[in-house]
Design a protein around this ligand. Structure first.
Ligand SMILES: [Zn+2]
Length: 171
């Protein structure tokens, strides 16, 4: 299904982790050869992008006013089906897992979501701007990291996180 570019919303995390140039070139090459993207982007019923950020970027760059998307009903039902579940930690962990490609946001290690699996590679939720310093539990302030990175980070804040917090606070 074709979705208007203007009705797609991009989570902050995609901008924080821009795709590598070589990836973008791969997508571009496929598009030039086939006239379409290899697979459609994925959005929730409310238009929030969960996969296919490169499709979106290239479509914008090429001046297209719409791009092919599929609706991610699984995440939608968890996220929006019942209001009570909006703050569900498992949903957030899963959404972050998807948007980060399953990798730790700090060290890049491959992680998993199985609570009974290996503890060292289980994806934990980390507040980018720590709760103890006034950070909130919105998706924009969360990242999925491995246990080791989460423990090492503790409550410290580095300069680019302060810059990020300032930017989003006044956006
Ligand atoms: Zn890590």
């Amino acid at each position: 299904m074709l979705i208007k570019i203007s009705s797609i919303r991009i989570p902050e995390i995609f901008y924080r982790k821009p795709p590598r140039q070589v990836k973008i070139e791969e997508y571009m090459q496929y598009f030039n050869e086939h006239g379409c993207f290899q697979k459609p982007a994925t959005i929730t019923q409310r238009g929030l992008l969960t996969d296919g950020f490169i499709n979106y970027l290239l479509a914008c760059e090429m001046g297209m006013d719409s791009v092919e998307c599929t609706i991610n009903t699984e995440v939608v039902s968890r996220r929006f089906g019942k209001n009570k579940r909006i703050h569900n930690k498992d949903y957030k962990r899963r959404a972050l897992y998807i948007s980060q490609g399953g990798l730790c946001a700090c060290c890049g290690k491959q992680l998993h979501l199985d609570p009974d699996g290996d503890k060292a590679t289980y994806m934990t939720l980390d507040h980018i701007f720590p709760l103890s310093r006034g950070g909130i539990s919105s998706m924009e302030n969360l990242q999925g990291v491995c246990r080791k990175c989460n423990e090492e980070k503790g409550n410290q804040i580095d300069d680019d996180i302060i810059e990020y917090a300032m930017r989003t606070a006044f956006a």
